[in-house]
Ligand binder design. Structure first.
Ligand SMILES: [Ca+2]
Ligand SMILES: [Ca+2]
Length: 484
């Protein structure tokens, strides 16, 4: 027996040695939260001390967290329901069956529930549902948020603490979100989620009082943190909200101590800014008006123009429904000035939606085109004479998804070039939508590689010219993208 055990230990050791070296991340903070959630019956580890926090949560695990957060685990276990899936681990058969019967989730096929990893968006969606919020498939549906875009609402209701990693979402982060959710208000105003679970008998008020630390995520806003040294990379340095940085904003040879922090309000967060200990919060709001949902993780120092001796303060805002923007501020002559906002974030590794700095005062970011359909281009923004960022006018905007295929539903006029020779493309023609002048001309590419231009009947319009007159684009073309 002893031999067998040591063999097992050696094998385990070999397995762990063979694992790829993951990015080092300290999850000791989350481990304590996990232990506290376990005492409330809301989280299970693989043992009393091992919570496997440093890996992604699986769908069954996330679903179990949802059912527990709804206060329905005991009911699920007692119900003895069946489900049609063949891939569900034994430990969560009751939970999956309960969730399936109550339409909390669907399987990925008729026989497969799906046991892969969940993303941050999926997990936040589950927790928002536990708080009574409804998710829809698109913005047109009468719902509180769109299921793939829960971030702004999650931050507003306080279930997205700054330490949550969104792009590498681990069980550690599921613990953080769940922990924060306990202190969040139910949508119907009936109290917090914890109060609901106490009323449902999931845990007692006494245990909750003893175990739960309501202030555990609060950013320290008082005091005077030592400013970090400036280290720009590609023209920017990200700084944690609440931290201070030494940066010579106005180029006079002396670094200012710049600090940005947030405070919670009934509606979300207010942004505060201080430079050398003096608050410029009012000056900032006077220019920018308001922030919808300022990012509670990061702000940044930027060097938009490497030649002007100035540095900028950049504030990221999630917008009302994940319409990400970055606002820039300059500090010269003791005054703060807003340079406007561009779409996207400086530190966003999801490809589209990222802002890059050219170093010559201009930035590149995604821009929504205004003709034909819902599509985006990567546009250059420069500071206009009014002192605010504006897109630089271009003759042609290349689509960010040039592989979008459309099919003509009726014959349409097509030009070899804007104002060039005209011909008629027959119904059934298949083409790629490659770009537009964003006024009247739409460029297509046919299967043979030839380029053709469709013409809108008016500037920024939605109707195309054809031999039968004007035809609305959605009646003329199949495959268009129409979002609200
Ligand atoms: Ca200075
Ligand atoms: Ca500069």
């Amino acid at each position: 027996m002893k031999k067998l055990l040591s063999l097992v230990l050696i094998l385990l050791l070999l397995v762990s040695l063979a694992l790829p070296v993951a990015a080092v991340r300290d999850t000791s903070f989350e481990a304590r939260l996990a232990a506290e959630l376990k005492q409330l019956g809301l989280f299970q580890g693989v043992s009393d001390t091992d919570f496997e926090l440093d890996r992604e949560p699986t769908r069954p695990e996330a679903l179990a967290m949802l059912v527990r957060a709804l206060g329905k685990e005991a009911e699920a276990k007692a119900a003895g329901l069946k489900h049609p899936f063949t891939d569900v681990p034994i430990w969560c058969n009751d939970i999956v069956a309960y969730a399936y019967a109550n339409k909390l989730t669907n399987g990925q096929t008729e026989t497969e529930f799906g046991v892969g990893a969940v993303t941050a968006a999926m997990y936040l969606t589950f927790m928002l549902r536990a708080l009574g919020y409804t998710s829809g498939n698109n913005a047109a549906e009468d719902a509180d948020f769109v299921w793939y875009s829960p971030f702004a609402l999650a931050q507003q209701v306080g279930i997205l603490p700054a330490r949550t990693e969104l792009t590498h979402f681990w069980r550690a982060d599921a613990v953080t979100v769940t922990y924060a959710a306990l202190n969040a208000e139910m949508k119907d105003g009936s109290g917090t989620l914890a109060q609901k679970l106490i009323a449902a008998g999931v845990f007692s008020a006494e245990v909750f009082e003893r175990v739960y630390r309501p202030d555990v995520f609060e950013t320290e806003v008082s005091g005077d943190p030592a400013p970090a040294a400036l280290q720009l990379e590609n023209g920017a340095m990200r700084v944690a909200v609440g931290d201070a940085i030494a940066a010579d904003l106005d180029g006079d040879g002396t670094a200012e101590t710049v600090r940005l922090w947030l405070d919670r309000t009934d509606y979300g967060y207010n942004v505060h800014l201080s430079i050398d200990g003096k608050e410029y919060t009012d000056a900032m709001y006077a220019d920018v008006g308001y922030f919808d949902c300022p990012d509670n993780s990061w702000w940044a120092i930027t060097d938009l123009d490497g030649a002007d001796g100035l540095l900028e303060i950049a504030v990221q805002d999630w917008g009302p429904s994940d319409d990400l923007t970055t606002g820039f501020f300059r500090f010269t002559g003791g005054k703060l000035r807003w340079l406007g906002s561009v779409e996207g974030f400086l530190f966003y590794d999801s490809g589209s939606g990222s802002v890059t700095l050219a170093g010559d005062g201009t930035v590149r970011s995604e821009m929504r085109l205004s003709v034909l359909q819902t599509w985006w281009t990567t546009a250059q923004y420069a500071i206009a004479p009014n002192g605010r960022f504006a897109p630089v006018a271009q003759d042609f905007y290349a689509a960010n998804n040039p592989d979008q295929q459309i099919t003509l539903l009726c014959p349409l006029y097509a030009w070899d070039a804007p104002d060039g020779a005209r011909q008629t493309l027959p119904a059934g023609t298949e083409a790629l939508l490659v770009g537009t002048d964003n006024v009247r001309w739409i460029k297509l590419q046919l299967a043979d590689g030839s380029a053709h231009w469709l013409h809108l009947t008016e500037d920024g319009g939605y109707a195309l010219e054809g031999p039968d007159g004007a035809v609305y684009s959605w009646e003329a073309l199949d495959g268009l993208l129409m979002a609200d």
